[in-house]
Design a protein around this ligand. Sequence first.
Ligand code: PMP
Length: 346
Amino acid sequence: TKSFALEYEKPECLKSPLETESRLLVSGGATNPYNRSFDALRLPMLGMMEGPAIKVLSDIQDGIRYVLQTKNEYTLAYHGTGTAGMSGVLDNLIEPGDKILIGVMGYWGNRVANIAKRLGGNVVRMEKPSGSRFFLNEIEAELQRHRPKLLFLVNGESSTGVYQPIEGVGDLCYKYNCITIIDVVATVAQQPINMDKNKIDVIYFNSQKGCGGIVGLSPVSYSPRAMSKIKRRQSLPRIYLTDIKEQADAWYITMPVESPHEAWRHSFSIPTLYSLREALARIVEEGIENVWSRHADTHRLFQARAEKLGLEHFVPNPEDRLIGTSMFKVPPGKDGYKIESYILKK
Ligand code: PMP
């Protein structure tokens, strides 16, 4: 046998077992997945070009369409977290110089403005103070004034706990010949989205919040209107991994299932895909309308208990409050970080 000389020793930290603790996660970031979704991670591996693996992809597409209530053909999941969806849809839709009107009412709108600028977009910010949201007449006034090619809004601004209604926004974008992009990370499978009925062109979210899955995938859906802008591009999107035309081949939207080798773009994380498939199947089992009412009931109970404790809401108008993310002010004289770590442990 051949012996190899090492320059560096084994890392001490990896000689002991992995340490973790049991948590009930209901905060921002990830929540505890549905058991069915977690258990799916241990199912037998499949080769990614086999029939059963290809069926998992098609099940996921139908599940995403169901939770968003859309028939969009270009519906799939990018590998990566919600941020992959966020930068991916912007990369597909922004050509250098394209004007994009961005609603900024907290951290996430600001993040999108940052990414859009990196992509060479002509960014116009429409701002609201923390704790409030945009009204249709305000959005229309900005569309009329700036005539952007794209409009971006966050449906659930999880940094402030604000819900931004999207009813009527699609109609406005049809009127002003503009493509709507909506972040539904903090609202999907918690509050109705109704993508087709609301005429929304592009949506992204992630697998680990209302969807009840494992972190690692970012579902996206593009309307035919959005796809026609993308197909008319003069330049290629800059990032290969989230190029929707490449991914449409990989997910057999534009490539027949009989030619998996031609469809191949990159390795798929089969266990993560199983897990999303099972999270979506769990939602299908309960019925999305029942999932929405379960969240609404929980929200009402939670708010009532918090009010009883004397906590003050951060978002003044009850109708502007998100269902899945509740914001309260730190009581005067108390340490917010101490409260947070108490809640996490208890
Ligand atoms: N948008 C919103 C509204 C979010 O709350 C988050 C995550 N907290 C993201 C985007 C980014 O998603 P991810 O952390 O999965 O990248």
